[in-house]
Design a protein around this ligand. Sequence first.
Ligand code: FES
Length: 108
Amino acid sequence: MPVKIGPADEITVEQAVRVVVEGIPIAVVKDSAGVIHAIGDTCTHGDISLSEGFVEDDTLECWAHGSKFELTTGKPLSLPAYEPVPVFDVTIVDGDVYIDPTPRTVDA
Ligand code: FES
């Protein structure tokens, strides 16, 4: 079931926000085109919150060792992380962001 996070226009472009939905830490990012993405907040290389990292183009970079995770697929585009983070469906209803905490399956 999608869970309401808050107004879409309160999310700053190219800044990650950490939310916890049904116990799952999720990084919410609005990209430069205004599209909102939701990916797992915990780096697969270490116990680091990705939302404390940097948004760059369509990636979120872990500040610890620099792996960049693709916002659309959750895949790491650079080492040392090699496992993807989960990706979650985002919907906007009446200006509010809803996140479905069931991980979306992304084709390899
Ligand atoms: S903890 Fe994220 S790249 Fe090492």
